[in-house]
Design a protein around this ligand. Structure first.
Ligand SMILES: NC(=O)c1ccc[n+]([C@@H]2O[C@H](COP(=O)([O-])OP(=O)(O)OC[C@H]3O[C@@H](n4cnc5c(N)ncnc54)[C@H](OP(=O)(O)O)[C@@H]3O)[C@@H](O)[C@H]2O)c1
Length: 247
């Protein structure tokens, strides 16, 4: 992937992995547009990344996704890259949850943000992207797409589905010029799931430096550390990783 002269919509780019990617894409000479729900985080990100643009939006809502897509296309007609990065991680035992509609609505949010939003945004923006030069869609999945963490059952399932969707979309678009790439993070030290849950994990800058260098070198699916090995693992490797993670 050519890193310069792109116009990039990067969801959830105000914090964590998204912010680290936004900084690197901007430094390489691309225009970066981010979105998220928290206005204060979006403002902070703009102070850290010169030239960054942002929209406040909730990607769990289909109408907000449609509004975001049409506003970005109208404001940035050169948009040629979509990075589906926004995500949340909830940890729970399904058996402990109340079996009512309010509880289900909370569980459904995780599916909406992690899976519906990337699929919907790709569908909304494809007609525009196909008319641009060097169009790219990048989905941010997880090492947990390959070996799930049982404590985060919906999260792991959404990431497995996003990986699967990425393979299908890449195949479907093979003759169109739209490249479909996947970033497969391992545990990275961000606030995903809540502050303090990922302090044991790899530093976000080390991770982002490696990922961006490999995207620039033309790779289609890139992991780091444990996610690099598990994405290429055999069934025996995946079973061993599952056992190690889940006790
Ligand atoms: N950190 C890890 O260990 C790890 C491992 C594997 C994969 N990943 C993936 O990497 C991606 C980035 O996560 P991160 O680790 O950088 O965590 P993070 O710092 O919490 O970033 C997630 C971002 O998504 C945004 N977001 C969440 N829900 C949203 C919504 N409904 N609408 C719009 N924006 C929303 C958040 O902003 P607001 O809350 O302000 O909306 C936040 O900026 C996620 O897809 C995650 O699953 C992370």
């Amino acid at each position: 992937m050519n890193l310069s002269n792109n116009t990039i919509l990067l969801t959830g780019g105000a914090t964590g992995i998204g912010l680290a990617l936004a900084q690197r894409f901007a430094q390489a000479g691309s225009q970066v547009i981010i979105c998220g729900r928290r206005a204060d985080k979006l403002q902070e990100a703009r102070q850290r990344v010169p030239g960054l643009h942002f929209y406040e939006c909730d990607l769990a809502q289909a109408a907000s996704r449609a509004e975001l897509a049409s506003r970005v296309v109208a404001d940035f007609p050169a948009l040629n890259v979509l990075v589906n990065n926004a995500g949340i991680q909830n940890r729970f035992q399904l058996a402990d949850l109340p079996a009512d509609l309010a509880a289900w609505e909370q569980q459904r949010q995780e599916i909406a943000i992690n899976l519906e939003a990337p699929i919907h945004l790709a569908a909304l923006l494809l007609p525009h992207l196909r008319q641009q030069r060097e169009p790219v869609i990048i989905n941010v999945s997880s090492g947990l797409a390959f070996a799930p963490m049982a404590a985060a059952p919906i999260y792991s399932a959404t990431k497995a589905a996003l990986h699967s969707f990425t393979l299908s979309l890449r195949r479907q678009l093979a003759d169109t010029g739209v490249r479909v790439l996947e970033i497969v993070p391992p545990g990275v030290n961000t606030d995903l799931g809540g502050p303090g849950l990922h302090t044991w994990a790899v530093p976000v800058d080390d991770f982002a430096d490696s990922i961006v260098a490999r995207l620039a070198a033309g790779e289609e699916e890139v992991g780091y550390g444990t996610s690099e090995s598990i994405r290429q693992g055999s069934r025996a490797d995946i079973d061993a990783r599952f056992k190690q993670m889940n006790g």
